[in-house]
Design a protein around this ligand. Sequence first.
Ligand code: NDP
Ligand SMILES: N[C@@H](CC=O)C(=O)O
Length: 441
Amino acid sequence: MTSPVRLALLGCGTVGGEVVRLLHEQSADLAARIGAPLELAGIAVRRINRDRGELPVDPSLFTTDALGLIKRDDVDVVVEVVGGIEPAREWLVEALRAGKSVVTANKALLAEDGGALHDAAAEGGADLYYEAAVAGAIPLLRPLRESLHGDRITRVTGIVNGTTNFILSAMDATGAGFAEALEQATELGYAEADPTADVEGFDAAAKAAILASLAFHTRVSAADVHREGITEVTAADVASAKAMGCTIKLLCLAARGVDAAGRETVNVRVHPAMIPLTHPLAGVGDAFNAVFVEAEAAGPLMFYGRGAGGAPTASAVLGDVVAVARNRLAGVRAASESAYADLSVRSMGEALTRYHVSLDVADRPGVLAAVAGVFARHDVSIATVWQGPAEGSAPGSGADADLVIVTHVAPDAALAATVSELRGLDIVRSVTSVLRVEGEA
Ligand SMILES: NC(=O)C1=CN([C@@H]2O[C@H](COP(=O)(O)OP(=O)(O)OC[C@H]3O[C@@H](n4cnc5c(N)ncnc54)[C@H](OP(=O)(O)O)[C@@H]3O)[C@@H](O)[C@H]2O)C=CC1
Ligand SMILES: N[C@@H](CC=O)C(=O)O
């Protein structure tokens, strides 16, 4: 058999530990698939003496000198499962420029500065693979960048954060509020001690940027993604969604569009939205991920599976390691991803969707007409209206009423202006919630 392909593993935490385990358990099969054995040349970590349980690895492989390990002559491939922007960017640029292929799960870095990594890979003639960065174990990026290359993708809609999907699914199933569901997610080990990146949508926004870049052959960074998290979603919102035959999900949406001058654009956003129970993503529960891709010739495609966790993510990492090792032995590199389309990013104000608006209003003659007039002034067409007595108010008593309005598709800016004007009316006690509604009713 050919001489081994030697790996530098950067990081040995949740994902890295499972990479070590899988490399050990599957070493014979992996060698047969690649045509050469895989060997760990070293493992860079932050705390060399950390208890890592029963890892099947020689302890002398651990080092705190990641850069020194990358630069070693006997390292062929660098596998990065540390995370964060720096020093990961410096390490990976160094490796790629030196012609060492890189496998990474680092969505934050790819979304912040993927261009720097792609440029370094082109400069060094190395491969850059990152299947694990979006939706964990689900084979998604390879299909986007290879299998669908003969087609034109028009839209990507996904549930790409396991923690928030678990929380929203729990709220839907039990009627719990956000705080209670988050506590449950923390107890079960889904949510991290600091869950901000998940619940505020940063993690999903990074994945949305990566997906949009690949799907539309352009460069979208995390800063281009409109982002809203799920912290404001209430048990009442979830109940309203149910009453409409919908459920609430944190969606990542990337869609092609055309601007006023006829130029192609892209809109990329992450926010909670109601989707009808008939939508393919509505049944994706627990901490699962799923991505719904619409392409002109292929039509709708659905990718589903575990989007987080050590073993599922390590599975995707190892798949990439096999690919780059084979390329290395064959003396080839994967075709580089060209961002030839250079699409401009549309602002959130131009995004088109439907809305579910709940109001607490005075229950007296003319209120409905006044509210409808505000929607009309901003050219937002109303699809359905429901009115009922507010909790504790008798119908026709002149006390408050609950008013729920669902609109037809309208630009986000028009809806925002509508809500702002509604807030200024004395007959509107409060705008209790505004939720976007995605998918066909
Ligand atoms: N966990 C998941 O479900 C998923 C994670 N990812 C991505 O995978 C990557 C790794 O995540 P995860 O395994 O959860 O993270 P962990 O926090 O569990 O592990 C991080 C590892 O990096 C090491 N490390 C941190 N800083 C340094 C440094 N300066 N020098 C050397 N080593 C360092 C840590 O060392 P030490 O052990 O000594 O602390 C640890 O081994 C991230 O990019 C994440 O976004 C992607 C998909 C899913
Ligand atoms: N925190 C993320 C982990 C995977 O990317 C999630 O909950 O999905």
